[in-house]
Write a protein that binds this ligand. Structure first.
Ligand SMILES: Nc1nc2c(ncn2[C@@H]2O[C@H](COP(=O)(O)OP(=O)(O)OP(=O)(O)O)[C@@H](O)[C@H]2O)c(=O)[nH]1
Ligand SMILES: [Mg+2]
Length: 356
């Protein structure tokens, strides 16, 4: 077991590309462009760090660009002239467009019915329809958002779980970055000792953020990494400890039991831990994969959702059935591969951005 003390972000030499790009530091937060970028690949993410300071709606709008483009083109095509008659054909074409965003039949039906009730046999303008969609979506998502629920006492403990490749490690890095920016001392626990290079991936992130990390040997017991991390977090007064875990399926009972063990170990140090069990879902996974994760969420006792990769899909409406099916607050959405590409989920801003 190795404890890794933070390095100054600018002195990051943990990866050749980081060293190469160290000179590109920005004034804003001391992180170079490379340091805010994913260590897992070199692709340019679609939401840049420079955009992080702009408004939340603007941010969501960029992240949802693919969904928005699809919707705007399709919805515009419904109008042959300025006002269009609301008849059965109009309503069924509108319904089909809404379904293509993955918002699910229940939401699409609610919207269709509202348009029917308000405008049946009358001419309707595009803006009126967009307004109904926006209002229905924000109404249905109201109270489905939520910020991290962390105690005042130290350390607050966040356990992050999900299926393979859903975006757990990247989301942890983004959350740690966000908390660090708020002045919190964060300790990461590299609890994915299963996948080769998983520990290294989190270590690179910790170097870039400038936070500390408890490393585990590949193949070692993840619960022991969690235990050591918690010991350190308690002894050294860290504000937050975030525990990474290997990807798993609900059907892998040995791995689900392992999660239970990690939780027990966390509780040995702090009775009330973990304070958040965040389930990371990949927005590009499609509704089926996501509804399969519902069983996972229940088995793992999740307290909130992080919806990652929303920037990578034209089906951004998927957040609606997720918020409905899981009965859990959506705490964050991931909108890119870099550290600032995470936002607290805001139903109104989301609805405004999706149907603008
Ligand atoms: N575009 C985009 N890519 C993302 C986002 N979040 C994660 N990724 C990418 O998704 C891939 C998988 O992310 P990881 O964080 O390694 O996923 P994981 O769940 O930890 O994966 P395992 O540990 O293998 O189970 C990486 O290439 C990330 O850069 C996001 O919000 N947007
Ligand atoms: Mg991972």
């Amino acid at each position: 077991m190795i404890f890794w003390k933070k390095k100054k972000p600018a002195a990051d030499s943990s990866s050749p590309e980081a060293a190469e790009n160290a000179s590109q530091e920005t004034q804003e937060n001391g992180l170079s462009q490379d340091q805010t970028q994913s260590p897992s690949n070199g692709e340019q993410p679609s939401v840049s760090k420079d955009e992080s300071s702009t408004s939340k709606v603007g941010w969501f709008r960029r992240a949802l660009q693919k969904t928005n483009d699809l919707l705007r083109t399709d919805i515009r095509d419904l109008w042959k002239s300025e006002g269009e008659l609301v008849d059965d054909e109009f309503l069924s074409r509108l319904y089909a467009i809404l379904i293509r965003t993955d918002m699910g039949p229940s939401m699409a039906t609610k919207i269709k019915d509202s348009i029917h009730d308000q405008y049946r046999a009358r001419k309707v303008h595009q803006e009126d329809v967009l307004k109904v969609i926006r209002d229905r979506v924000s109404e249905s998502l109201k109270s489905k958002g939520g910020s991290l629920n962390l105690p005042d006492t130290k350390p607050a403990v966040i356990l992050v779980v999900g299926v393979n490749g859903s975006g757990k490690t990247t989301s942890i890095a983004k959350i740690a970055y966000r908390l660090t920016q708020q002045g919190k001392r964060v300790l990461l626990a590299a609890g994915d000792t299963f996948r080769a290079a998983a520990v290294e991936q989190l270590k690179i992130w910790s170097d870039r953020i400038g936070c500390d990390i408890m490393l585990g040997e590949q193949g070692s017991d993840p619960a022991s990494v969690a235990f050591k991390a918690m010991q350190k977090a308690v002894a050294d007064g860290y504000d937050v400890c975030i525990v990474d875990t290997a990807g798993r399926l609900q059907t892998q009972s040995n791995l689900m039991q392992q999660l239970e063990k990690i939780k027990r170990v966390l509780q040995k140090q702090v009775d009330s831990a973990p304070h958040e069990v965040l389930l990371v879902l990949d927005a590009t996974a499609g509704q089926n994969a996501i509804s399969q994760a519902k069983g996972f969420s229940e088995a793992a006792g999740c307290t909130g959702i992080v919806l990652s990769k929303l920037d990578g899909t034209a089906k951004g409406g998927v957040i609606i059935p997720i918020a409905e099916q899981f009965g859990l607050p959506v705490k964050f959405v991931g909108l890119g591969e870099k550290l600032p590409d995470l936002q607290e989920f805001s139903p109104d801003d989301f609805a405004a951005a999706l149907f603008s």
